[in-house]
Each structure stands twice: as C-alpha cells, then as structure tokens.
Design a protein. Structure first.
Length: 157
C-alpha cells in the first residue's frame, strides 16, 4: 500500500516546469554530450560564442566524461523529482545540484580561463550562477507552497 501524498507535498506547476526547463534540461544536454562525445564537448561547448571548456586545455577524456556524468546525474535527479511532483524530493535534488554548482561557480570565479577575455570570463561565471539562482527560485516556490498551506491549515483549526 502506497502512502498518500499530503497537499503540502505537491508542487505548483510553475515550480515543476521551471525546474525541468531551467535546470534539468541544460544539465542533461550538457552531461549527455560530454559522456557520449567528450572530445567534441571539450572543443565546442557551449556550441556558440567562446568555447568555454577548450579555453582551459589540455583535453582529458576521462575528466570530460566524468564531469559530464555529474551534470547528467544532477539533471536526471531534478527531472525525476520535478516530474514526480514531490516537494521534499525536488528540494533534495536541487540541493544536490547546488552541491556541484557552488564549487563550479567558485572555481570559475577564482580561476578565470586564460584563453578567455575578462568579459567572457564574467559572462561564464554569471551564466553558471544563473543556474543556482534558478534553483533558488524554484526551491523558494516549493517552500512557499508548503508554508501557505500550513498557515491556511492553522487558521482553519
């Protein structure tokens, strides 16, 4: 017998869709690319503009594939959690995304790529940080829903 999901566990549609579009899809695409074609990913990521990964040579297939596996895992975790619509599960997946994302942003903030201009390095850091901001926004949305429902329940009793 499966336990029922209380209302406070359900996620609003915008939180679910926002998690998938802003976090899961970019992570899954980046991760799958790096796992399936690590050298191509290294040479061409993100596909437009400055080639961000190639700006820090040399290429290492093992490292590129492992990094891709981490991106892929984070994206799949967020996608599954958002699809299932469970608040605690999504918050856990977003937390795991942040566990990898914060050091990634900090690394690029402290270690600008020598083959990129200052402006390109800034855009790279801001782009990476935007994923963490998106995770914070959808986490806030998930938590606000639960808070509103607890407040409403307390007022009704």
């Amino acid at each position: 017998m499966q336990p029922t999901i209380g209302k406070s566990q359900e996620l609003p549609r915008w939180v679910r869709v926002g998690s998938i579009v802003t976090i899961a899809v970019p992570q899954v695409v980046t991760g799958a690319w790096a796992v399936l074609a690590p050298h191509h990913w290294f040479d061409h990521f993100p596909g437009i503009g400055p080639m961000l990964v190639a700006a820090e040579p040399p290429f290492n297939a093992h490292l590129a594939s492992d990094a891709g596996a981490g991106f892929l895992a984070a994206g799949v975790a967020v996608a599954v959690a958002a699809t299932l619509g469970r608040r605690q599960l999504l918050l856990f997946a977003l937390g795991m995304f942040a566990v990898g994302g914060v050091p990634h942003v900090l690394y690029h903030l402290v270690n600008p790529a020598p083959d990129l201009s200052d402006a390109e390095n800034i855009v790279s850091v801001l782009t990476l940080a935007s994923g963490l901001v998106a995770a914070g926004v959808v986490a806030w949305g998930a938590l606000q829903t639960a808070h509103r429902e607890r407040t409403r329940d307390a007022m009704n009793h």
